[in-house]
Design a binder for this molecule. Structure first.
Ligand code: NAD
Length: 454
């Protein structure tokens, strides 16, 4: 498998993919390792995870460099992701023992009732490339602390980062037969679906998620899917400082070149402030530094996957054909690397792909609305259900809109944000199950109830 730098199109490294025999061998070892790991105390398991966090920080520069080279993520954003994701570790350190300890419900008549939270066993973590630290940690750290062993399949676009996770976890004290990685593309993922695993935890596209759910349904093991979104942002007419909120909205749409599952993917602006908002929004996007992701001041690098350029350009063509106006960008960039001009499209409608299908790139559609009711109708008009945001000075008015959203996460005066304190989950085509919070650790356990009469 060739690892390609999306900023230069150069091959960084060639790596041998796993195959059925190597996966079987890894799973055999993981099964033996899990039995021993599960018997360790939660505190012992946590210690290894904490040591891993320390090693990540010690090696932050090298890790950021690797992430930037294989995904094209601007180096400052790579560093931010590496530091920011450590909050999962402190969250686990603080809470995991409490959340995993057996619960005693006292006597019911002559019977003592107890609940144990047992690990699932050996789980597959099939992951995405866009935030490999955030979404990887959400699964494999929580799974390990809960007493599982993990076969982690990094995205083929973040393999070198995956190899580093393995090296650092082992150095930190997670046994080699408790965490391993499966190297390769979709076909290696497919091999995992056909292997003997006790749970499938997937982060990626709706298309692959659906395929996984269908293919492992007969196994009757937990399946969790963290999928894509078409996340709406509504800017109300009462925001006051329109410029400030236009800058915020642009960051929500264009951070990591728009390649976040919870990136702002479509914007509705109240007609009263629409022109002013669009003016400031475009002004802000024009100021973004675009180019070499290894430079500290670059805000937009290349998109990671060459194939995504076609999806984005098709959305732009489709919008133009149906009457939208491209007021900024609109083309790929004439230089090596998978670069796309940051693109702003106005006069959009819900007949257009740009307002209905995940873009996952530096492109945004902006549409005027005449009322909160119209905004609500349009925000709800989507097959996805990941996040929804409202910018407004009036909390109650914003809450009235957010309360009607069919999503896992609502934002008032913020967006594109994840916290370990609250669950991260999608509805409809954005997935099922949840990571983070106490729910996110329980996801890697199975309850065992005891009725003890003596
Ligand atoms: P993808 O679906 O193309 O790939 C995800 C993973 O699935 C990769 O590791 C890939 O190798 C593997 N895979 C592909 N075919 C497979 C098969 N047949 N069987 C098993 N595994 C297979 O997605 P991607 O391009 O890596 O990630 C982008 C998508 O992920 C976007 O839609 C984004 O919104 C979503 N995402 C969601 C979240 C979330 O928390 N909800 C977070 C990050 C990304």
């Amino acid at each position: 498998m060739k690892i390609i730098n999306p900023a230069t199109e150069e091959v960084i490294r060639e790596i041998e993919q796993d195959n059925k025999a190597s996966i079987d061998a890894k799973l055999k070892a993981l099964r033996a390792g899990q039995k021993v790991w599960a018997k360790k105390s939660v505190r012992t398991r946590l210690k290894a995870i904490e040591a891993f966090g320390k090693l990540v920080i010690e090696n932050k520069d090298e890790l950021a460099q690797i992430l930037t080279q294989e995904t094209g993520k601007p180096i400052t954003q790579s560093r931010n992701e590496i530091s920011g994701s450590l909050n999962r570790i402190s969250h686990l350190s603080k809470n995991a023992e409490k959340w995993l300890q057996p619960e005693e419900f006292g006597m019911e008549g002559d019977t003592l009732e107890l609940l144990y939270h047992e690990p699932l066993g050996v789980i597959a973590n099939i992951s995405a490339w866009n935030f490999p630290y955030n979404v990887g940690y959400n699964v494999f750290l929580y799974a390990l602390v809960a007493g599982n062993s993990v076969l982690y399949k990094p995205s083929e676009y973040a393999t070198l980062t995956g190899l580093k996770f393995k090296e650092l976890l082992h150095r930190a004290g997670v046994p080699e037969n408790v965490f391993d990685i499966a190297i390769g593309s979709g076909e290696v993922g497919q091999t995992l679906l056909e292997s003997d695993l006790d749970g499938y935890f997937f982060t990626g596209s709706h298309k692959t998620g659906l395929h996984i759910a269908k293919n492992v349904a007969h196994k009757m093991v937990p399946v969790q899917l963290e999928l894509g979104g078409k996340d709406p942002l509504y800017i109300m007419d009462d925001v006051g400082d329109v410029k400030k909120w236009a800058i915020n909205a642009a960051e929500g749409a264009f951070y990591n070149a728009g390649q976040s599952c919870c990136a702002v993917e479509r914007i509705y602006v109240h007609a009263k402030i629409y022109d002013e908002f669009v003016k400031y929004f475009v002004e802000e996007v024009k100021n973004y530094q675009i180019g070499n992701p290894e430079k500290a001041d670059t805000f937009i690098g290349p998109v990671t996957r060459e194939a995504q350029l076609e999806v984005i350009l098709d959305q732009i063509e489709d919008a133009k054909k149906k009457g939208a106006e491209v007021i900024l960008g609109g083309k790929g960039m004439d230089k090596p690397g998978y670069y796309m001009e940051p693109t702003v499209v106005t006069q959009t409608t819900h007949e257009m792909k740009i307002m209905m299908e995940e873009s996952f790139g530096p492109i945004i559609g902006i549409q005027a609305v005449g009322s909160d009711e119209e905004a609500i109708r349009l925000m709800l008009d989507t097959p996805y259900g990941l996040t929804a945001s409202v910018f407004s000075e009036d909390e109650q008015r914003a809450k009235t809109v957010l309360d009607q959203m069919n999503v896992g996460t609502c934002y008032w005066n913020c967006c594109d944000r994840v916290s370990p304190n609250v669950p991260w989950s999608g509805r409809k085509n954005s997935g099922m199950g949840h990571t983070l919070s106490y729910m996110g650790i329980r996801a890697f356990t199975q309850p065992k109830a005891y009725h003890l009469r003596g």
